[in-house]
Design a protein around this ligand. Structure first.
Ligand code: ATP
Length: 268
């Protein structure tokens, strides 16, 4: 399988701060969905933004399609990677059609090509074509988020970065959007890096889960691998606290209860 994204001791120290991301090494394969999870402030968003250079790394290497991100033209890099965020980021003064065609227009596609692609994209995310003429403010939150996903797919990127994509959506719609993403993924086989604070979402959507703490990557693996052999107390207690499972080592819970090991919770 081809490696689409590779971190080699990638680090980020913001001005005057400590390392927000500390020497993370990780590979993501073509067609894989990888979830980044960990307590608030552990560096998930920073790591994600280092990929499309919305945040510039301060150490290590990050290779996209085998090429170090510093060697990419940042604009070109961003156009070749889809990006979905919780705040959606649709342009409010543009119709859905224009929002979907925006990047393609910049890339030099004709108005009819942009329109045709916008129609395809709406169909892909299961929305009616009549929404093309609406403005983002005239859509429900769930519809806006679907448009956000559609827009990330516009230029048919191989990789999509998703930062809490369904974070601000009610649970029922969230479940629907997750199901739709799974169906899309079965059709399109994109490489997806998903930041989430919801372990259930990570289990449902991701092939592998990367658990971070204070900028460091603690462990990466399938949920089964992580629960079967957690690398350390942090990983085990993090999973226990956020997704109780049938642990083989209940003594750890007892130790946590006795205060010998601090239980870990995601604060959001
Ligand atoms: N622009 C910035 N300047 C300085 N420090 C920053 C900046 N952005 C983030 N940080 C710091 O870097 C650390 C990691 O932040 P980041 O947003 O990557 O974490 P996160 O895991 O995504 O958090 P959350 O789950 O709360 O969104 C935090 O300590 C944060 O305060």
């Amino acid at each position: 399988m081809a490696t689409v994204l590779r971190f080699e001791k990638a680090s980020k120290i913001y001005d005057g701060g400590r390392a927000a991301v500390a020497e993370v090494s990780l590979e993501v394969q073509a067609g894989e969905t990888l979830a980044l999870i960990g307590p608030s402030g552990c560096g998930k968003t920073t790591l994600l933004k280092m990929v499309n250079r919305l945040v510039e790394k301060t150490g290590g290497r990050i290779l996209v399609e085998g090429r170090e991100v510093a060697q990419w033209d940042p604009i070109q890099l961003r156009r070749s990677i889809g990006y979905v965020i919780q705040q959606i980021g649709l342009l409010p003064h543009l119709t859905v059609e224009k929002n979907l065609g925006y990047v393609l227009k910049i890339m030099g596609r004709s108005p009819s090509q942009c329109r045709q692609r916008a129609e395809e994209l709406l169909e892909l995310v299961g929305l009616p074509l009549e929404l093309l003429k609406r403005y983002p403010g005239e859509l429900s939150g769930g519809q806006q988020q679907r448009i956000g996903v559609a827009r990330a797919l516009a230029a048919d990127p191989r990789m999509i970065l998703m930062d809490e994509p369904f974070g601000a959506i009610d649970q029922i719609t969230r479940n629907q959007l997750q199901d739709e993403l799974l169906k899309l993924q079965a059709r399109l086989s994109k490489t997806i890096i998903l930041v989430t604070h919801d372990i259930q979402e990570a289990i449902k959507l991701a092939d592998r889960i990367a658990i971070m703490r204070e900028g460091r990557l603690e462990q990466v693996g399938t949920f089964k691998e992580l629960t079967a052999s957690p690398a350390n107390d942090f990983v085990e207690l993090f999973l226990q606290a956020n997704c109780p499972y049938d642990s083989r080592s209940r003594h750890r819970q007892k130790r946590a209860a006795s205060g010998k090991v601090q239980p870990v919770r995601i604060v959001k």
